[in-house]
Design a protein around this ligand. Structure first.
Ligand SMILES: [Mn+2]
Length: 235
């Protein structure tokens, strides 16, 4: 049976981070199948520039693996995304299923269960007022998003102190995903999401969040045979 790694929220952009690059290559090496569970690339940056950036050894390496690309809220399905990634991706989807022992994993990024305010940027504007609103939000987003990225980075760099500050914000997101799983899934299924950037293994409650990889940590769900393990490592 193929070994599988599921990870999300790498938020790769035009600027490479060597430490993270090494960590991803090291992690990918040990698996046959890689499931990129959303927000692998980030549309704040240009997909083609990201593809040709210092991250390109990671993309090149992925060509030797089976790669499943699950769309996230920062890398929604688009012609540009597919063109920039189709040389290393085997399958694109919004959701995928993986049998593990007696269970079946339902793998989704999570943004449809817990939408964010930036959803407006991706909703079609039908009249002039909606167009102005969208244009306005887009302008603000260009300023706010870098601040969010820097805040996240500083919080996660000092997990023993600052990371606790964001728990009040991310815990409710996981609670909502867990409640969704309980209401909508079959008893043998387990919902596997990212999106909240908060790793939690609650498989007995049908929910696993495999965390995030956008800062000083590497977090993923490792699957070998019937064994599932949530791995969280500081870089
Ligand atoms: Mn997300």
């Amino acid at each position: 049976m193929k070994s599988t790694i599921i990870l999300s929220d790498l938020h790769l952009g035009e600027r490479v981070n060597k430490k993270r690059k090494r960590a991803f290559l090291e992690a990918f090496r040990n698996y046959d199948r890689i499931i990129l569970n959303g927000d692998f690339l980030d549309d704040y940056w240009d997909y083609f520039k990201t593809r040709n950036s210092g991250w390109s050894p990671v993309f090149e390496f992925l060509k030797s693996k089976e790669v499943i690309y699950v769309f996230g809220n920062h890398d929604r399905d688009s012609v540009e995304l597919r063109q920039a990634t189709d040389d290393f991706v085997d399958t694109y989807c919004d959701e995928c299923f993986l049998p593990v022992g007696e269970h079946e994993l339902v793998i989704r990024h999570g943004h449809r269960i817990y939408p964010r305010p930036d959803t407006i940027l991706y909703t079609p504007a039908n009249n002039i007022f909606q167009k102005i609103l969208k244009w306005f939000v887009k302008g603000i987003w260009k300023i706010i998003y870098p601040i969010i990225l820097i805040t996240r980075f500083s919080i996660e760099k000092y997990p023993k102190t600052l990371a606790y500050l964001q728990r009040w914000f991310v815990k409710p997101q996981n609670r909502r995903m867990k409640a969704y799983a309980k209401e909508n899934l079959e008893p043998h299924q387990i919902l596997v999401c990212g999106h909240s950037h908060y790793a939690q293994d609650l498989r007995d409650e049908q929910f696993i969040n495999e965390g995030a990889n956008s800062y000083n940590r590497i977090e993923y769900l490792s699957i070998r045979g019937d064994e599932m393990k949530l791995v969280v490592k500081k870089l």
